[in-house]
Write a protein that binds this ligand. Structure first.
Ligand code: MN
Length: 208
């Protein structure tokens, strides 16, 4: 049976909806060029490995040992790029901002002290990523939260952690507006953070 190819997900908002915090040109290039190219290259790699076409992305990224060496790097980079960006778009909203909500708010208070302490830690870790990567809020199997970073398009799933919130600190995510000032991008990003979506991810994890 022919399995459907991976496709670029539609955003839940327009390219200019996150202005002024993320400008429309950055959103357009980021989604329609960068993310689209990861999807295209992932599909290209999977054409060479038909047995893997039906595997979910999170399976591929956690079973790279079972991926043929000839496509392993392509699947790691482009599969990770597709999965990470798909999560990232869902964790932002023009109606975002404010403080954490629901059980996630309680867990942040428990594990970081309060939301401001969490935000400081997330910004500090994101600012320290050398080169291209991502900064994450993750939960372990017991629900304990941590801030971690990954290089390239690696995802914390690869280390057995569940991603709850993520920000993209590749230069393509902020350079048109902020140039070298990544800390400004990180501190401004809280205005578009979708805490309800993050709490949904946390609550869903607690149930599974
Ligand atoms: Mn990106």
């Amino acid at each position: 049976m022919e399995t459907a190819e991976h496709t670029l997900p539609k955003l839940g908002y327009t390219y200019d909806a996150l202005e002024p915090h993320i400008d429309a040109e950055t959103m357009s290039v980021h989604h329609s060029k960068h993310h689209a190219s990861y999807v295209a290259k992932l599909n290209e790699a999977l054409k060479k490995t038909p047995d893997l076409k039906s595997k979910p992305l999170d399976w591929l990224l956690t079973h790279l040992d079972e991926v043929p060496p000839s496509v392993k790097t392509a699947i790691r980079n482009n599969g990770g790029g597709h999965l990470n960006h798909t999560m990232f778009w869902q964790l932002m909203s023009p109606n975002g901002g404010g403080d954490p909500v629901g059980p996630l708010a309680d867990a942040i208070a428990r594990d970081f002290g309060d939301a401001d302490e969490f935000r400081r830690e997330f910004e500090a870790q994101g600012a320290k990523v050398f080169g291209s990567g991502w900064v994450w809020l993750t939960a372990d199997d017991g629900g304990k939260l941590s801030v971690v970073t990954t290089g390239g398009h690696d995802n914390p799933l690869m280390d057995g952690l569940t991603p709850i919130l993520v920000n993209d600190v590749w230069e393509h995510a902020y350079y048109l507006k902020h140039q070298n000032r990544r800390p400004d991008y990180l501190s401004g990003w809280w205005a578009v953070t979708d805490w309800r979506a993050a709490n949904d991810r946390y609550a869903q994890m607690a149930r599974s």
